[in-house]
Design a protein around this ligand. Structure first.
Ligand code: ADP
Ligand code: GN1
Ligand code: MG
Length: 371
């Protein structure tokens, strides 16, 4: 997905970076937004960097509502962090507003919505859990994030992507796309389609538990991949949670589960050799301990019991979303090669199969933390 140079220049001109801009380069490995790092050169200091992002129009229909959520959440987090004696500028993001008016983002002449954050320096963004300690640090950070937002007025949050983790709805959208099969790609993925159809009942498990009152709605991040937490370069502790586009009311098992999906294995999300894609149960155990520590005892026993379901459902759901996007022509997740979304779907389903095979072990791990 290329972003025209003129649009980038237009966006750069809309913000006051406090010093001349010397360049803007594509940055990061996010699947959704178009991200650039902006280098500036102040006269008397060394280079300062910013993150410039064009928010995905395919994912987010209402950038104004999205940015209202993000300014509300970052300001709230900033106050909580200061209250606890933390460093507000490194532990929470800030939004840099455009120079004119009081908007929190800039709309270019083609309708693209752009925002800017100061770059959180002295941090590393990892794409895979290089050590159990690192994965644990991300778990503590996401658990703490959940706890810090415990008092946030959830009713003021907009639903930036309706039904984001409504797995029943994801299944229905998959079936509709499969029925239309707009590009005739269904013939390439018979086993993957069957894998989903065989797990139709699973798609309702968390939602049923919520409807029965077992799992409460909380303010959750909903996209807790390892590359959405910046780690302190010196201590390797989780420093700053980023990618707040999907902070919305949700179930805590979603945040736990999405981290397991992405991090409790040793392969890339789009690995083509499925022999390399295996659930690491030890990493599952490490993350469970760390997330619950970060969350500070705030989870109920029911929530703890459903943690393995969070892992399985986030992984199944993500695989369903990749498969749907593949069938639909790759409009949602950025791709850099043909059939990448099908490869991503296959890794997710391999992990789901592993979770099913080792279900008793996962349940035994979480059971230790019941109160
Ligand atoms: P996407 O929704 O496309 O994943 P993200 O908001 O996660 O977009 O940003 C993509 C990448 O940009 C991140 O994985 C991270 O490497 C980097 N990034 C985003 N915000 C910051 C920031 N404030 N400071 C440093 N790096 C950042
Ligand atoms: C997207 O934005 P990013 O790259 O952190 C997606 C997640 C998926 C993930 C799969 C807003 O996350 O839901 O789980 O890709 N984010 C959105 O890697 O759809
Ligand atoms: Mg991201």
């Amino acid at each position: 997905m290329s972003v025209a140079e003129e649009r980038i220049q237009e966006a750069l001109a809309a913000f006051d970076f406090g010093a001349p801009v010397v360049g803007a380069l594509r940055y990061g490995q996010g699947h959704i937004n178009d991200t650039f790092v902006v280098h500036t050169q102040p006269e008397d200091r060394c280079c300062r960097r910013f993150i410039l992002q064009r928010m995905s129009a395919a994912a987010f229909r209402h950038p104004d509502e999205l940015m209202e959520n993000i300014t509300g959440v970052t300001e709230y987090l900033g106050r909580e962090i200061e209250k606890h004696g933390g460093d507000r500028d490194r532990e929470a993001m800030r939004v840099l507003r455009p120079r004119d008016g009081d908007a929190t983002f800039f709309t270019d002449s083609a309708g693209g919505a752009w925002r800017v954050y100061p770059f959180v320096e002295g941090t590393i963004c990892y794409q895979s859990a290089e050590s159990p300690e690192l994965f644990a640090a991300s778990g503590r950070a996401f658990g703490r994030f959940q706890r810090l937002l415990g008092g946030y007025p959830a009713e003021t949050l907009h639903e930036t992507i309706p039904n984001f983790h409504n797995t029943e709805d994801r299944l229905a959208k998959f079936k509709a796309t499969l029925a239309a099969d707009p590009l005739g790609r269904a013939k390439n993925c018979g086993p993957e389609i069957q894998f989903v159809l065989d797990r139709e009942a699973d798609c309702s498990v968390a939602l049923n538990a919520m409807r029965e009152g077992k799992l409460p709605l909380r303010v959750t991040h909903n996209d807790t991949k390892l590359n959405n937490v910046l780690m302190d370069e010196a201590t390797h502790e989780g420093m700053c949670i980023i990618d707040l586009d999907t902070v919305m009311p949700g179930l805590v098992i979603y945040d736990f589960g999405d981290s397991i999906r992405f991090g409790a294995n040793h392969s890339a999300e789009d690995e083509q050799d499925l022999g390399k894609v295996n659930l690491d149960v030890d990493l599952f155990a490490v993350y469970t301990a760390a997330f619950l520590e970060g969350a500070g005892g705030s989870l109920t026993n029911d929530e703890i019991d459903y943690l393995p379901w969070g892992a399985k459902l986030m992984t199944l759901e993500c695989g369903i979303r990749f498969l749907t996007d593949y069938l639909d022509g790759d409009h949602y997740f950025h791709i850099s090669r043909e059939a990448q979304n099908l490869d991503r779907c296959r890794t997710q389903f391999k992990l789901v199969a592993d979770m099913e095979a080792r279900w008793d072990e996962l349940e035994a791990i979480v059971r230790q933390y019941r109160k």
